[in-house]
Write a protein that binds this ligand. Structure first.
Ligand code: C2E
Ligand code: CA
Ligand code: CA
Ligand code: CA
Length: 279
């Protein structure tokens, strides 16, 4: 037993060291990947049960690592934030997503928005607003088709600055959405300070609905608060029809999750739409 214990310690040290090495390796490779455009976007649609149609998509970034497989953002976004490459990565995502939105606009002949996740580092960086201005000019995208997603925990870093930046973007007509609502360091005072259009109910509450009384109570409270504040509300991580029924019955009509569609490349997305609505 003693020697097993010792082995365990050795294994633990090895894996710690390996994970640090892997992080360092990915940090260098990510820079290259951004330059070589080995990143791509997948899109997950938001469905509206009031109109029975898809209204827009969230853009989610992926890394096609040439030697490995597809790497997910939960692994490389923190690395990008640490190394500073999140600024270039973020600009790539903004640009790519807006160009895609313009393509949809031509195809669908109706409004279809794109939502883009921002990192705290992007909001803190002076280049964000000028970059967005340039991008809007270049792509010609109608501003109201752009929605930016922020989280409470990322805004904590510098709340005053975040409010200032988001207010400038909002004044241009860009929509602002508060992601993962109810997790992290939620504070209701944010709802008053931030220039928001939308709240996204985190999937950790959605998971246990229907059934878990506490999650149901929290979801109902968030919906009624959103409605009273004049904010749109989206339930994310929707995996079954019972969840759709619960939320619709309680005043939340916008949905995102595998039940409607997993995130997929723009080409595949069109096929998903064809199955449900005639665009
Ligand atoms: P998020 O913004 O909360 O995105 C939703 C995540 O939930 C996505 O994971 C999505 O694939 C997953 N999801 C969607 N529907 C379902 C469902 O029905 N069930 C379950 N269990 N999961 C579902 P993904 O794509 O791995 O992204 C993870 C996180 O990485 C995102 O969380 C977001 O915070 C971050 N992220 C993704 N793309 C970007 C980006 O371009 N920039 C930045 N800064 N962050 C990004
Ligand atoms: Ca998001
Ligand atoms: Ca989310
Ligand atoms: Ca999340």
């Amino acid at each position: 037993a003693k020697s097993m214990g010792r082995n365990k310690i050795v294994i633990f040290h090895q894996s710690m060291e390996e994970s640090i090495k892997r992080k360092e390796k990915l940090k260098v490779e990510l820079r290259q990947a951004i330059n070589q455009k080995d990143l791509f976007l997948v899109y997950q649609p938001q469905f509206d049960t009031r109109t029975n149609s898809f209204r827009g998509c969230e853009a989610l970034v992926r890394w096609d690592h040439r030697q490995e497989h597809i790497i997910f953002p939960l692994e490389f976004i923190p690395i990008a934030e640490e190394s500073g490459s999140i600024i270039d990565l973020g600009e790539y995502v903004l640009n790519e997503a807006c160009e895609q939105a313009m393509q949809w606009r031509d195809q669908f002949k109706q409004d279809f928005y794109v939502t883009i996740n921002l990192s705290a580092k992007q909001i803190a960086h002076k280049s964000l607003i000028p970059y967005i201005d340039k991008m809007i000019k270049r792509t010609g995208i109608p501003v109201e088709l752009i929605e930016l997603e922020v989280t409470e925990s990322m805004l904590m870093m510098d709340m005053d600055r975040a409010v200032e930046v988001l207010s400038i973007l909002k004044a241009k007509g860009i929509k602002i959405s508060l992601d993962d609502f109810g997790t992290g360091y939620s504070s209701l005072s944010y709802l008053k300070k931030l220039p928001l259009d939308k709240l996204k109910i985190d999937k950790s509450f959605v998971n246990d609905i229907p059934g878990d009384k506490d999650s149901e109570a929290i979801a109902k409270t968030i919906i009624s608060m959103a409605n009273q504040l004049g904010l749109e509300v989206v339930a994310e991580g929707i995996e079954n029809a019972r969840q759709v029924k619960f939320f619709t019955e309680h005043g939340c009509y916008l949905f995102q999750g595998h039940y409607f569609s997993p995130p997929c490349r723009a080409k595949e997305l069109i096929k998903q739409f064809d199955n449900i609505i005639p665009f």
